[in-house]
Design a protein around this ligand. Structure first.
Ligand code: GZL
Length: 359
């Protein structure tokens, strides 16, 4: 019995020893963890969160939610007041949010945009912001960005590509709706006119989303009444100089026969206004002037009685765009298409609103 008890005693002792060792081991482990924690700075709430979301966005490289991003921005050019305001809005929003900006002005050339996007890919940026100068011809380079796991955010203009996995989201205006607003204003303005109402049209850049869609929306509305006819339509490439040049040609061929100018942006309308005055007619009276963008120059022309209406196309969406980029890197699912809220402004409002205009 004693032997049994003795052996039991040794066993209990051994067990106790083992338990003691095991307990020491685990506390050693936890103290290792603690010391590891002590070695590294206290994690903030945000950094802890970031660690969780990092696994969600693992496939997008090593950026974490709330961390500094490197953002490549390929902009169309500097062709209009609108574009200048849009560039500033996006650049300021990216840098104000503490991210690094790599900027490229394509001078309205598609090949420059493709080169810029390839360069961003080589530099391994975290995200690409891109306003495509035209709707087609970007599929290959957007596939290259996707293969490099770099999300693309379309800003302002969209692309005509089947595979919408090539971009994360589109943030910009509904250009067709802008065209409809222009058409509806004209239908109302001319309600008491018998007709015919002869319209000349200054189109934006050939192949660009705003030019295609603003034409579509306008024609959808005026097509409902036979008295409206577009007698001439040509691109002014969204610039004042080209708008003036093309309007001079319209006046030369149809001068006294033109009742309305529908211009896809205010800059071309302002160029056309100069041509109309040099021709000897009164813009805003002899020829009704409809523009799009609602830039400061349009408010000045309307305040001078030389332009009748401008449909707003808001360029100041930089902060909203950066929010979307950060939401993406925080692992949030974004809508494929997000439209910017917009209005329209007429001649009688111009004087009062001009001092409030931000662009
Ligand atoms: C519209 C934008 C257009 C503007 C023009 O969102 O793409 O390009 O209407 C600019 O002024 O050139």
């Amino acid at each position: 019995m004693k032997k049994f008890l003795a052996s039991k005693g040794i066993l209990v002792l051994l067990l106790g020893l083992l338990l003691l060792l095991a307990a020491c081991g685990s506390s050693e482990e936890s103290s290792n963890e603690e010391s590891a924690a002590d070695d590294t700075p206290e994690q903030t709430e945000e950094e802890n969160e970031a660690e969780e979301t990092e696994t969600d966005t693992e496939e997008e490289g090593n950026e974490e939610a709330g961390e500094k991003l490197v953002i490549g921005f390929s902009q169309v050019g500097a062709e209009s007041e609108w574009r200048t305001a849009n560039t500033k809005s996006i650049q300021d929003a990216i840098t104000d949010a503490g991210h690094e900006l790599k900027f490229s002005d394509a001078q309205q050339k598609q090949e420059n945009q493709i080169k810029a996007i390839r360069s961003f890919i080589t530099q391994k940026v975290d995200a690409i912001v891109f306003s495509p100068v035209v709707e087609t011809g970007f599929e290959t380079v957007l596939q290259e960005a996707k293969d490099a796991n770099i999300p693309v955010f379309l800003a302002d203009r969209s692309v005509d590509i089947e595979d919408d996995s090539l971009w994360t989201t589109f943030l910009g205006s509904d250009f067709v709706e802008e065209g409809r607003k222009a058409g509806n204003w004209l239908v109302e303005e001319m309600a008491d006119e018998e007709g015919p109402v002869n319209i000349v049209e200054l189109q934006g850049t050939v192949g660009s989303a705003p030019a295609i869609d603003r034409k579509e929306g306008f024609e959808e509305i005026i097509g409902s009444e036979d008295k409206f006819e577009i007698i001439k339509s040509q691109t002014g490439d969204f610039t004042r100089a080209k708008g003036k040049e093309v309007m001079e040609a319209f006046l030369k061929s149809d001068g006294e026969n033109i009742d309305v100018l529908y211009s896809h942006n205010d800059d071309m309308a302002i160029g056309a206004i100069q041509a109309i005055e040099e021709y000897g007619l009164k813009p805003g009276e002899d020829i009704i002037i409809i523009g799009v963008d609602a830039v400061r120059g349009a408010f000045e022309a309307m305040a001078d009685g030389k332009m009748n209406v401008t449909i707003e196309c808001n360029p100041l969406f930089g902060p909203q765009l950066v929010d979307l980029i950060e939401q993406h890197f925080a692992g949030e699912e974004l809508e494929k298409r997000i439209a910017v809220e917009e209005s329209m402004y007429t001649m009688d409002q111009a004087e009062e609103l001009l001092p409030t205009r931000e662009y």
